[in-house]
Ligand binder design. Structure first.
Ligand code: TEU
Ligand code: CA
Length: 565
């Protein structure tokens, strides 16, 4: 049979639902509070299912909803089979899942199995004695010369080793000391993980986002790091020798038995390793989040300048992958600043235009798009003025270390105002009511951005030109549009300092995207004859006469999508 009539393929790509759909990430603590205690919850999500449906997203990724003492907002799990009491009950979860399914929306949940909480029963047992059957669920080593076993650092400050229990040994924790790393060398531990995965899959969830998954395999020699490596410990942590073996086993024993998607947080991993993990012929995981784009210019807590040609180069790499790989596209998540503040312009003059431009960028690139809650209404970074306004364990853990290195508090605060994880975690702004309508109570666990009176869902739904409605229109254009989804990517002006312009060429037509990523009016020669193109959508009110010569006059932050006849 001719390839063209094979419905399971589009050109060289194997068609998969998770390549064609759009994911929306919910950070439950900050999404919507239904019972007035100032903390988002599952009933809050349930009350907004129609909102998600109206937006038109296909898949929800829910950040951790499991029982947790919240040292790291749920990324420290005490019981993998229980719902966090603050978020609700298992009945609430089941009701949410059913409500999503009713609306044709899939659900993927967070799989956090590089570490658990120190309050997990396994760890309590493990710590109790060297002879406990759970001892090897975690990674214990004797100290060296009265100190920790090696010089490995924790991402959240200090040593990655903590002494505990009656035997004086140290356990490993790459993150907070309340997040002990699980010992994947132990086959029993691996079976526990597979079993908890089946528990949720059997409930009907459609897959997993896998937290720091490249970190699960550890170099069993635990060699000291040199000074240079100490600046980027994740490169060592993500180089463990058995990663691919473990992922393959997980796939064989669990994932391959369900129709699900998996996306691994490829933190620290080399591009080659990320490619191996997601090569469809190897049967490990489907997708990976690479951090180059979202963290462009980042050097630890410091945000350096970057240029548009550099950013465009980062988009070219994933699109150039062979057809056995499929990229993800994301501009933010719960660990990163707001995209309109980082990649756009969040000043009143350009917030709306630049946020709509970023919507077009996210939804017309090649790869599965991940949209983070609040970005669809153009939520911005929070204007932090003091350290006690932060909640993040990363800042609390690193503060003293940064101060001791001779940096001033003013400078650190200025950098955190660009890149703190808390920018993404302020409560979702639903209306102009007090606290942005996030809660019916009189406080919220993290402050609401003071701009909630203008930046909120209620206002966005009413305004036909809102960022929300632009997302909605683009999602409609993208849905089922195989040319736009699978079409070949070509950057037509990689060196241009202000314009990001590219084509997506499918079987039936070519799309042309032109984005003015600057606050200037720019004249741009596209090299395309617009006689054969129609304007599909723009983020500005423009007349079509401007396109006659193949040269476009673009307003500040203007975004246009064209299609060939
Ligand atoms: O994040 C890991 C990660 O990439 C970073 O946010 C990391 O915490 C930081 O940059 C180190 O400097 C995942 C989760 O997304 C994050 O929320 C958790 O805190 C972390 O793992 C631990 O589970
Ligand atoms: Ca609540």
């Amino acid at each position: 049979m001719a390839a063209a009539s094979d419905l399971s393929r589009y050109q060289s790509y194997k068609r998969e639902w998770w390549k064609e759909q759009v994911v929306y990430q919910i950070y439950p603590r900050s999404f919507r509070d239904a019972n007035g205690d100032g903390i988002g919850d599952i009933q809050g999500i349930i009350s907004e299912l129609d909102y998600l449906d109206r937006l038109g997203v296909d898949i929800v990724w829910l950040s951790p909803h499991f029982d947790s003492p919240n040292a790291d907002n749920g990324y420290d799990i005490r019981d993998y089979r229980k719902v966090m009491a603050e978020f609700g009950t298992m009945e609430d979860f089941d009701q949410m899942l059913a409500g999503l399914k009713q609306r044709g929306i899939k659900l993927i949940i967070d799989l956090v199995v590089n570490h658990s909480s120190d309050e997990h029963e396994w760890f309590q047992q493990s710590m109790s004695s060297k002879d406990n059957p759970y001892r090897n669920y975690y990674i214990w080593r004797p100290g060296v010369d009265g100190g920790p076993p090696n010089n490995w650092p924790s991402f959240f400050g200090g040593s990655a080793w903590q002494q505990a229990g009656p035997d004086g040994e140290y356990y490993l924790h790459y993150f907070h000391r309340k997040q002990p790393d699980l010992n994947w060398e132990n086959p029993k531990l691996r079976e526990e993980v597979y079993s908890l995965m089946r528990f949720w899959l059997d409930k009907g969830v459609d897959g997993f986002r896998m937290d720091v998954i490249p970190l699960i395999s550890k170099d069993q020699d635990f060699p000291d790091m040199d000074a240079e490596t100490l600046r980027h410990p994740e490169t060592v942590y993500a180089s463990g020798p058995r990663l691919h073996e473990f992922l393959n086993e997980m796939n064989r024993k669990v994932l391959s038995r369900y129709d699900v998607m998996t996306v691994g947080e490829a933190f620290g991993v080399s591009p080659a390793r990320a490619l191996r993990m997601t090569d469809e012929r190897r049967q490990e995981i489907d997708l990976a989040f690479l951090f180059d784009i979202v963290r462009i210019g980042r050097d630890n807590w410091y945000q350096r300048d970057w240029t548009l040609p550099q950013l465009k180069g980062l988009f070219t790499m994933p699109s150039a992958l062979d057809s056995h790989h499929w990229p993800t596209i994301f501009l933010s998540n719960h660990d990163n600043p707001r995209p309109v503040s980082k990649f756009g312009d969040d000043s009143p003059a350009y917030r709306m235009a630049s946020a709509r431009l970023l919507a077009m960028l996210l939804l017309t690139q090649k790869g599965t798009p991940f949209l983070y809650q609040g970005d669809e209404i153009g939520m911005t970074n929070y204007p932090f003025t003091a350290f006690d306004q932060f909640d993040d364990v990363e800042i609390k853990g690193n503060y003293q270390q940064v101060m001791d290195s001779g940096v001033s508090a003013v400078e650190y605060l200025a950098e955190l105002n660009k890149n703190s994880r808390d920018h993404a975690r302020t409560p979702m702004q639903w209306s102009s009511a007090p606290l942005g309508g996030f809660t019916t109570g009189d406080s919220s666990w993290l402050a609401v951005n003071p701009n909630y009176k203008t930046v909120n869902v209620e206002a966005s739904l009413k305004n036909p030109d809102s960022i929300f409605n632009f997302y909605r229109q683009l999602l409609d254009i993208r849905r089922g549009n195989l040319d736009l989804i699978y079409g070949e990517y070509y950057d037509i002006a990689p060196e241009h300092e202000q314009i990001f312009a590219y084509t997506r060429t499918g079987r039936n037509r070519t799309y042309l995207v032109v984005l003015n990523m600057s606050g200037d009016e720019v004249h741009f020669a596209t090299g395309h004859d617009f006689n054969n193109y129609q304007l599909v959508i723009t983020n500005q009110k423009v007349s079509r006469s401007q396109i006659a010569t193949g040269e476009l006059a673009l307003k500040p932050w203007e975004a246009r999508l064209y299609q060939s006849d």
